[in-house]
Design a protein around this ligand. Structure first.
Ligand SMILES: C[S@@+](CC[C@H](N)C(=O)[O-])C[C@H]1O[C@@H](n2cnc3c(N)ncnc32)[C@H](O)[C@@H]1O
Length: 235
């Protein structure tokens, strides 16, 4: 009886060891010291996106949440590594993933980098699963908010990540919110896929994507980085 209970509720030193081992693996991946595939890294987090996606009924969700772009696709870990290599969050940064899905981007950041992390995600099932993992790993520098990004307070953010999560009307609303935030502090935005077209046209942003290295070139819909220009600029 005693050992069964122990198996069901691992003690805190067991959890700490598990956390340290996961963190070590992510850091080794981040520092290019270890090659490791996406499904292996998801397994380490106990992230089972495919299983949980079967409980998402798109028709019900659209009726309940309105016409939003709720299909899910996770950013590959190699791109997440590139993202954090580029933005290198400091202790004073707060990274928001707009349309966080199951939180892959944020788990990576919270395990390998400094700063705080927050996911905004519309689909409740994805937030429940992200929170389960966050609580299991006791990641106090990370939280998730369920809701529409257009109606969510974004004040704390200094860095945003967008993997093409929003239809254009919602993107414009969120963009306006970020623009007014940029009047009070510098904001950096990393964007992947079609959301790049919106950010690259904003006159209050400057593109600061680092030059391509190795055999990969920077492309229109690849990962791109923008920063807000000074608040006293005429734009
Ligand atoms: C392409 S997935 C990206 C997931 C995650 N950011 C990643 O890169 O691994 C986009 C996510 O945005 C969410 N989403 C769509 N519209 C949204 C909105 N208006 N507010 C918050 N989340 C939204 C979707 O439900 C989906 O999970």
């Amino acid at each position: 009886m005693k050992s069964a209970r122990k198996h069901l509720r691992p003690d805190s030193s067991h959890l700490k060891q598990q956390y340290e081992s996961i963190r070590k693996t992510f850091i080794e991946f981040h520092e290019f010291k270890r090659r490791i595939g996406d499904s292996k890294l998801d397994d380490l987090l106990s992230l089972k996106m495919k299983i949980h996606e079967t409980s998402v009924n798109y028709v019900d969700m659209l009726l309940e949440l309105g016409n939003e772009k709720i299909e899910h696709q996770a950013t590959p870990y190699q791109l997440i590594r590139k993202l954090y290599t580029w933005v290198a969050p400091s202790r004073s940064d707060t990274v928001y993933d707009i349309g966080a899905g199951y939180g892959r981007v944020l788990f990576y950041g919270a395990l390998t980098c400094k700063g705080r992390y927050r996911g905004i995600e519309l689909v409740p099932q994805r937030v429940v699963e992200s929170m389960r993992i966050r609580n299991h790993l006791r990641l106090r520098n990370l939280d998730f908010i369920q809701g529409n990004a257009a109606c969510t307070d974004l004040q704390m953010a200094t860095i945003f990540f967008f993997f093409n999560p929003l239809f254009s009307d919602t993107l414009k609303q969120v963009g306006r919110q970020i623009r007014s935030l940029a009047k009070t502090k510098q904001i950096r935005i990393a964007s992947l896929a079609q959301s790049n077209d919106y950010f690259s046209c904003q006159r209050w942003l400057r593109e600061c994507t680092p030059p391509a290295t190795g055999k990969f070139s920077n492309t229109r819909y690849g990962l791109r980085l923008f920063r807000s220009i000074a608040a006293d600029s005429p734009y």
